[in-house]
Design a protein around this ligand. Structure first.
Ligand SMILES: [Zn+2]
Length: 289
């Protein structure tokens, strides 16, 4: 684990630097407001070396917000992501939403500090897909497609032993509880959890959390499945009682939004994610009938 350094710049999104003998890569880069902290943390580790790659798990603002500033700092950098993310980051509306959410997050977490950037800087240079290997020299990163959170969320396996699990599998909180985040598909998320479990990695890095300790790691995948299933069953139960989406959202909020979660995620983000999960469950349920 000496070659993997947590360089997270601030609250809201984790970021890890992976150091090979020849190249260095960043896995996700967190939000825009804390890009300068992120860059100082990276420089402290790299000294005069350059940052060569950023591997992005998906194109949500809390995972790619710092991309333009990293490109400004290291102009030869290659931003690597899925084909779907490359497409998303060519769309005017998506770029606009990313910037709006980045500005909002800067107000909540970063005293309003937001440095304007050109949308041209926010793009994928190299498309990566399932099975690809990024060779850093003496160290390799394998790309795994693990959809469910988005259409093409990526996970990364470093040297066959450290798995950077994507949000499709869930997000762990400080107390060890796992929250589901299957925004586009429950069943794809379950497949993704099983895919990760089969790899049986020595270490798990949970998104928005970091390294899962040895005890929690034993139960991790099972917890992810139970958390997703509990949410799915709750939504379906209310739907079968005749509840509409808005009412399901309210009941869901009462049941699942505990104190700890309120500390870690703004209510708006919780509602937005829950709305997506309700739609995902109901869509899949209708298709099965
Ligand atoms: Zn996300």
């Amino acid at each position: 684990m000496d070659n993997i350094v947590n360089v997270t710049g601030g609250k809201g999104g984790t970021s890890f630097l992976i150091l090979g003998d020849k190249k260095a890569a960043l896995i996700d880069c967190g939000m825009a407001y804390c890009a300068s902290n992120l860059i100082s943390n990276i420089k402290r580790v790299l000294n005069t070396r350059a940052l060569d790659y950023v591997l992005v798990s998906h194109s949500h603002y809390d995972h790619i917000g710092a991309v333009p500033y990293l490109r400004e700092q290291w102009p030869d950098i290659k931003i690597c992501g899925s084909e779907h993310d490359k497409y998303i980051l060519n769309r005017y509306n998506a770029l606009k939403t990313i910037k709006e959410l980045s500005v909002q997050a800067a107000e909540i977490y970063g005293r309003g500090l937001f440095k304007e950037y050109n949308d041209e800087m926010m793009k994928i240079d190299t498309v990566i897909s399932d099975g690809d290997i990024v060779d850093l020299g003496g160290l390799s990163i394998q790309v795994l497609e693990t959809p469910g959170h988005t259409r093409c969320t990526l996970s990364f396996l470093v040297n066959n032993e450290v798995l950077f699990a994507s949000e499709s599998t869930g997000v762990m909180s400080q107390s060890g509880k796992v929250y589901p985040a299957f925004l586009i598909s429950y069943s794809k998320s379950i497949d993704s959890i099983n895919k990760c479990r089969e790899i049986n990695p020595k270490f798990i890095i949970s998104p928005h959390f970091g390294l899962v300790n040895k005890i929690d790691a034993l139960q991790y995948w099972e917890k992810c499945i139970l958390a997703a299933r509990e949410s799915r069953d709750f939504i379906l139960h209310l739907f079968n009682l005749g509840y509409g989406e808005e009412r399901i959202l309210l009941e869901y909020e009462n049941a699942f939004q505990d104190e700890e979660f309120r500390m870690e995620q703004p209510l708006n983000a919780f509602r937005l994610n829950t709305r997506y999960m309700i739609k995902a469950v109901l869509n899949e349920n209708c298709r099965q009938r």
